[in-house]
Design a protein around this ligand. Structure first.
Ligand SMILES: NC(=O)c1ccc[n+]([C@@H]2O[C@H](COP(=O)([O-])OP(=O)(O)OC[C@H]3O[C@@H](n4cnc5c(N)ncnc54)[C@H](OP(=O)(O)O)[C@@H]3O)[C@@H](O)[C@H]2O)c1
Length: 286
């Protein structure tokens, strides 16, 4: 297996890469910073002697870089774990004019997996999209008329929580996009599944946390597991024989679970697909 893992310079992504490498798979690490990617590669090589590792540099908040990554990979991966994500300040925008959390967490996997699906063609291949906890996400439906959180008041009364509500919406976009892509790839050998890694510590996700939200996550820390726990569900989805041929589902702790009706609604998924195509400059048809 040749697995591409985004966001593998730290946190859960690095643990996923390490685990796949330890199982004997070739792993392509993706990081936005060459030095951090090399450092992750060295850490994994030290932990897994003989690990077969490659690395690619791409800033996934920039759609030109995402498209370039998808088009230049050679040989192609047969497994892609879309894991990179950020919780950025709401005012943060990319040089391409996109809100940073939206660009990194939703539009990047949209462009990367669409680009790779077109190149991989018939498969077989597995795409795994790392999402978040379906129960928590049920409370933050995607506003299809405001994909980039321009009306910040709709993100809740507490300013310190709003970037995390926006992040939650992008994680719902991950589920919706996964279902929509799986439908479009149903006649191929490419499967697409989403999964929650679990709430884990030792990651950089909350690095911009402020105020009440920061205090809340610090309080939770002693009670939550580390990154190896978070790697389990995505690695299982990428490799397990039990999920061979299974597509368009969502998993928590290796069990299929339903996600909120606002994510499974096909008309809503297709609206998100079409708006994303317009923002990414891609045709609507796959
Ligand atoms: N931690 C949790 O409790 C939890 C719970 C539910 C879901 N998740 C999900 O698990 C996944 C991994 O999160 P984590 O907790 O491991 O977070 P993390 O430690 O912050 O890791 C995120 C990774 O994404 C990379 N990344 C961010 N922006 C990027 C960009 N523009 N281009 C390329 N790479 C970029 C980061 O690279 P840099 O090193 O360059 O920053 C890092 O390697 C995410 O999808 C997250 O939504 C995590």
């Amino acid at each position: 297996m040749r697995a591409l893992v985004t966001g593998s310079t730290g946190g859960i992504g690095e643990a996923i890469a390490r685990r796949l490498a330890a199982a004997g798979h070739t792993v392509i690490l993706v990081g936005r910073d060459g030095e951090r990617a090399d450092a992750a590669r060295r850490r994994i090589a030290a932990a897994v002697p003989g690990a077969d590792l490659a690395r690619e540099v791409a800033d996934l908040s920039l759609m030109a870089a995402v498209r370039d990554l998808g088009e230049r990979l050679d040989p192609l991966p047969d497994t892609v774990i879309s894991n990179a994500a950020v919780v950025a300040p709401l005012s943060a925008t990319t040089p391409e004019g996109l809100q940073l959390t939206f660009a990194t967490n939703h539009l990047a996997p949209y462009v990367l997996l669409r680009t790779l699906a077109a190149r991989i063609d018939a498969g077989p291949a597995r795409f795994v999209i790392v999402g978040a906890a379906p129960r928590a996400l049920a409370r933050v439906p995607v506003d299809l008329d405001d994909l980039q959180f321009r009306d910040v008041r709709t993100l809740g009364p507490l300013a310190s929580f709003r970037p995390f509500a926006a992040y939650g919406r992008t994680k719902n976009m991950n589920a919706m996009f996964g279902y929509a892509l799986a439908r479009r790839l149903a006649d191929t050998g490419i499967t697409v599944n989403g999964g929650h890694p679990g709430i884990v510590k030792q990651t950089g996700l909350g690095r911009h946390a402020r105020g009440a939200f920061s205090a809340f996550t610090t309080l939770l820390n002693p009670f939550v597991p580390g990154v190896d726990y978070g790697a389990d569900n995505p690695c299982w989805l990428a490799t397990a024989s039990e999920v061979e041929g299974v597509s368009g589902r969502y998993f928590v702790r290796r069990k299929e679970v339903p996600t909120a009706p606002h994510t499974t609604d096909v008309a809503r998924q297709d609206r998100l697909w079409e708006s994303s195509a317009a923002l990414a400059g891609l045709p609507v048809a796959l």
